[in-house]
Write a protein that binds this ligand. Structure first.
Ligand code: GCO
Ligand code: MG
Length: 406
């Protein structure tokens, strides 16, 4: 095999507080590239897709041909799109960009055209079961320097609410165990409460702090329109995932009734799912993630379409998106004109130990660092200390017992 061909592609699963899947591609001359293949609650499906189907096809390929490899796996599957396929392709893509950067001796953002900004604005999460608790949480994030904060609160009459853990410092949606936790959801109770609590946050923080809120796919178009309108005085940076949005046309109705900026797309996997939302300007921010939407190669394609329609990027970055993917997203962020903001939920200590990284947070902003490649690696000895544990995202039922969107 020629010295620069791909010699190995290995999948590593580790659980430093939560499950992560990483892809390691090694060239014959020993250059290593890392990709993230974590799909929360369905980790092993992507691991198998990579191990059983993509890894054997990677051996002997030219790692420099990133676009060709992307096309080969996307078109070559015949069964296109979907989160498992696109996360697997995303992991390969990230690892190949990492190799290209290391081979060139340049950070990936330099290969993407170079920096268009000095640092990437980031937002983090604040949550509280009631308003006083939420305000404490917002204040704590402001003290850490954040200028953009997502605010989520409990809802009277409900025991569990997306984005909030009673009494817990940090929120982690995936619960360990053999089956998903079941939650009860009541949209009417949420709609009665959310505008009041968010108005309370705005009153407390004053006009400058960027406030965000995530409705997590739970509303009908009519409910979403009402919520957007009710929140206009709060002056949100964005209101996220108001409807499930598989049906992109329904957003026309929401858009017609409110000027609250809308952000959608963390569960989308390709430009095709964003197409109507972008070209009809039904959203202001597209939330597609660098792993779940097919890697840097495809996220840039989404960014290019979005730029034509003055839609900005605000990619997904919760704890289930590993530090490898966060680093990759920041390389795109530093070099993409219409990149507005990066979600940064943060990671536990063990995650930082397993994934040494050059990206850094300071003063409300992130920077990918200047190490060649993505600047994130995996400490394989540390990773081995944390074996996979089954974990699932919760499921939600209405008060009558029927399933609804979590
Ligand atoms: C967000 C998301 C996450 C998702 C999680 C699911 O905006 O950060 O909604 O919290 O729920 O990524 O795995
Ligand atoms: Mg979200």
């Amino acid at each position: 095999m020629s010295r620069d061909r791909i010699a190995a592609a290995e999948v590593l699963i580790t659980s430093p507080g939560r499950n992560h899947v990483a892809l390691k591609i090694t060239t014959a001359d020993g250059v290593v590239g890392w990709g993230d293949a974590t799909l929360n609650g369905r980790e092993l499906a992507v691991a198998s897709y990579l191990r059983d189907h993509l890894a054997p096809l990677l051996i002997g390929r030219d790692p420099a041909r990133i676009e060709d490899t992307w096309q080969y796996f996307y078109r070559g599957a015949y069964w296109r799109r979907g989160p498992v396929t696109m996360t697997a392709i995303g992991a390969v893509d990230l690892a190949l960009w990492d190799i290209k950067g290391k081979t060139a001796g340049l950070p990936v953002y330099e290969l993407l055209g170079g920096a268009v900004r000095d640092r990437v604005l980031s937002y983090t999460h604040a949550s509280g079961w009631d308003l006083p608790e939420l305000l404490d949480s917002v204040d704590a994030q402001r003290e850490r320097g954040f200028r953009a904060v997502r605010a989520q609160s409990g809802v009277p009459g409900l025991d569990t609410v997306y984005g909030v853990h009673r009494g817990a410092a940090g929120y982690e949606p995936a619960g360990r165990g053999a089956a998903p936790h079941e939650e009860v959801w009541d949209t009417a109770a949420y709609l009665r409460h959310a505008p009041e609590v968010l108005a309370g946050v705005r009153e407390h923080v004053g006009p400058e702090l960027h406030l965000l809120h995530d409705a997590h796919h739970r509303l009908t178009p009519g409910e979403a329109a009402r919520l957007g309108r009710a929140l206009e005085p709060v002056d949100l940076f964005w209101l996220e995932d108001v409807t499930p949005a598989e049906n992109q046309e329904v957003l026309r109705r929401v858009r017609a009734h409110t000027t609250t900026p809308l952000a959608i797309g963390e569960v989308f996997n390709t430009v095709w799912e964003c197409q109507t939302l972008i070209t009809e300007q039904l959203i202001d921010f597209v939330r597609t993630c660098v792993t779940h939407a097919g890697g840097i190669t495809h996220l840039r394609r989404i960014a290019a379409l979005a730029e034509l329609w003055q839609v900005q990027l605000g990619p997904h970055g919760p704890s289930d998106v590993s530090p490898v993917a966060l680093g990759a997203s920041l390389h795109v962020g530093l070099s993409t004109p219409n990149f507005a903001i990066q979600e940064y939920m943060g990671y536990g200590e063990a995650v930082h130990e397993v994934f040494p990284h050059s990206w850094r947070y300071a003063d409300g902003h992130l920077h990918p660092g200047d190490e060649p490649g993505l600047g994130v690696s995996v400490d394989e000895d540390a990773a081995a200390k944390f074996p996979y544990e089954p974990a699932y995202l919760p499921v939600a039922r209405r008060r009558d017992g029927s399933m609804t969107d979590w």
